[in-house]
Design a protein around this ligand. Structure first.
Ligand code: NAD
Ligand code: UDP
Length: 312
């Protein structure tokens, strides 16, 4: 049986990745310090003999006995409000955490997959963003702690690939949503859905003309697994190219939640990217992957999940 390590296993994406790996007959060891994660995301695995969770900070020395086939490094605060509240932990998860987990991949002679981000492109001057665009990041702005940590993590990953010949994978994840997002993590999907369901006005930042492209979680996780089973070692974008303005997105959420459109405009956060859409040509060509879940279908499933959550 293959063994996978998933850092950030109690988080939104990490917990879905754990589920997918278990469904593919892996034994999975999760590592998480619960700084932004939630044990409830793993509650259903309480009696799963092929899953173990180690509560640990990935920036500390990690010791896992036995063979490992692949390490997925997904641990990092990931929502703007989290990384603005936890700037040093964010820099450390991307830098020291990546160093520790790559070191473990070297010792175990195993593969390594880094969860990178579309934030590597910063406030992009090229649209849509393809992987050969180097980005437009403000290194000392408030978002720089996340963007630069991930850019360093990518550089370190490529160095371990070139020097130590480790099979490494870098996935640049674009805005992904779905069940298990934290209700109050500040990202636009849980923010708008919880506001709609609680009868509050939706808080659109700026005039809402900034764009994002939203991918449903099951598509993203399928893409990560396709990448981890491939021979492709350059960074690869995974996301849904369907782009919309945040104002359109707010209206869509109101319609799908069946509530009247109530919107308030609030100040745009510093360095908020004006537009974002993945060019997924590489993923199509090298992985045969493209998103299959329509955004509105994904939103309906997510709204349903948040509805249940708010009842409890
Ligand atoms: P999340 O906050 O739900 O999950 C992150 C997990 O990492 C949490 O469980 C947290 O407790 C854990 N963690 C953080 N720092 C840690 C540390 N030092 N040691 C151990 N555990 C630690 O966020 P998510 O949305 O699931 O994001 C997962 C990964 O995907 C992150 O690396 C993020 O940068 C990347 N990503 C996510 C998106 C997205 O749209 N969800 C987009 C781009 C990139
Ligand atoms: N946003 C918003 N209202 C909110 C939360 C976010 O208008 O309550 C906007 C935010 O300014 C950004 C977009 O929605 O333009 C996506 O924000 P998110 O934090 O989800 O992710 P980002 O892509 O900025 O990392």
């Amino acid at each position: 049986m293959k063994v996978a390590v998933v850092t950030g296993a109690a988080g939104f994406l990490g917990s879905h990745l754990v589920d997918k790996l278990l469904s593919q007959d892996y034994r999975v060891i999760g590592i998480d310090n619960l700084i932004t994660g939630n044990l409830a995301n793993l509650e259903h695995l309480k009696h799963e003999p092929r899953f173990d969770l180690i509560i640990q900070d990935v920036t500390e020395y990690i010791n896992i006995p036995g063979t490992i086939d692949i390490i997925f490094h997904f641990a990092s605060p990931a929502s703007p409000i989290d990384y603005l509240e936890l700037p040093i932990q964010t820099l450390k998860a991307g830098s020291i955490g990546t160093y520790r987990t790559l070191g473990m991949a070297k010792v175990k002679n195993c593969s390594f997959c880094l969860a990178s981000t579309s934030e590597c492109y910063g406030d992009p001057l090229v649209h849509p963003q393809s992987e050969d665009y180097w980005g437009n990041v403000n290194p000392i702005g408030p978002r720089g702690v996340y963007d630069e940590a991930k850019r360093f993590a990518e550089a370190l990953t490529m160095a371990y690939h070139r020097v130590h010949k480790i099979p490494t994978y870098i996935v640049r994840i674009f805005n992904t949503f779905g069940p298990r997002m934290r209700l109050r993590d500040g990202r636009v999907v849980p923010a708008f859905i919880s506001q709609a369901l609680e009868g509050k006005p939706l808080t659109v930042f700026g005039n809402g003309s900034q764009t994002r492209s939203f991918c449903y979680v099951s598509d993203l996780i399928d893409g990560v697994l396709a990448l981890a089973h491939s021979d492709y070692h350059e960074p690869i974008n995974l996301g849904n190219p369907k782009e919309m303005t945040i104002l359109e997105f707010a209206k869509t959420i109101c319609r799908l939640a069946g509530v009247p459109e109530k919107i308030v405009f609030e100040p745009l956060p510093v360095d908020d990217p004006k537009q974002r859409r993945p060019d997924i040509t590489r993923a199509i060509r090298y992985l045969g992957w493209k998103p299959m879940v329509d955004v509105e279908e994904g939103l309906k499933l997510t709204i349903q999940w948040f509805r249940e959550k708010l009842k409890k």
